[in-house]
Design a protein around this ligand. Structure first.
Ligand SMILES: Nc1ncnc2c1ncn2[C@@H]1O[C@H](COP(=O)(O)OP(=O)(O)OP(=O)(O)O)[C@@H](O)[C@H]1O
Length: 207
């Protein structure tokens, strides 16, 4: 289980962005996270994947703290894939960084062989996002944080990517947190959805 316990976070001395948050995500579960812009969804995603350290409280992955080095079992996929890849590496090298994806997985995501010798700037946004997704779906990944992962893609590419990701997650018991503003997408994909505004309201009301 991926879990936050009394998780709080603020950027420097600013006010709390995340305060006393208790969330959990089981392996194989698909959970949505939604809420108005600026409320802290991306920040929570970064905390869950170890990109940011909690100011207070903790994040555990299957009972253990997140590792300080090596491959993190919680993998974060951003809306903009160009921010997540080394622009000087060929796609082949980017894919080999974790554990090279199988030919079947590449084919199911519609990744062409000819893309593999190109550099990130030589692919479209949608093509590069498929590469980022293929890289994330490896046996070291136990939880996937999909932060507006398909928000910039056309409907067909969006459907293709989600179909592959959900199938993989079911087969390999990967838990997914889907961060999105798109209610129909969350309804279609998720077992349950956490609305951050409701959660914050409840937290405040309890104090
Ligand atoms: N590096 C940073 N330094 C200071 N403040 C930041 C930093 N990153 C984000 N913030 C602030 O933290 C708050 C939460 O941002 P975050 O990106 O987590 O929100 P969000 O809910 O994901 O928003 P959106 O739906 O627009 O993507 C915002 O007020 C934002 O301005």
């Amino acid at each position: 289980m991926l879990k936050t316990e009394h998780l709080s976070f603020r950027y420097s001395q600013q006010s709390w962005i995340v305060h006393d948050l208790n969330l959990s995500l089981e392996r194989g579960e698909v959970v949505g996270l939604t809420g108005p812009s600026g409320l802290g969804k991306t920040t929570i995603g970064k905390l869950l994947a170890g990109y940011l350290q909690p100011t207070q409280g903790k994040v555990t992955c299957d009972g253990q703290p997140l590792p300080n080095k090596g491959y993190c079992p919680v993998h974060l996929i951003f809306q903009n894939p160009e921010l997540a890849v080394n622009p000087r590496w060929q796609i082949n090298k980017i894919l080999a960084e974790g554990q090279p994806p199988s030919a079947d997985l590449l084919a199911s995501l519609g990744i062409h062989q000819s893309w593999l010798s190109r550099y990130p700037h030589e692919l479209s946004g949608g093509e590069l996002q498929r590469i980022a997704v293929a890289r994330s779906l490896n046996s070291h990944t136990r939880y996937l944080i999909a932060d507006e992962m398909t928000a910039m893609l056309d409907a067909n590419t969006q459907a293709l990517i989600w179909q592959v990701v959900i199938k993989y997650a079911k087969e390999h018991e990967v838990g997914i947190l889907v961060i999105s503003h798109e209610a129909p997408l969350l309804k279609r994909l998720c077992n349950r959805t956490i609305d951050l505004s409701t959660l914050i309201y409840q937290n405040t009301a309890l104090k």
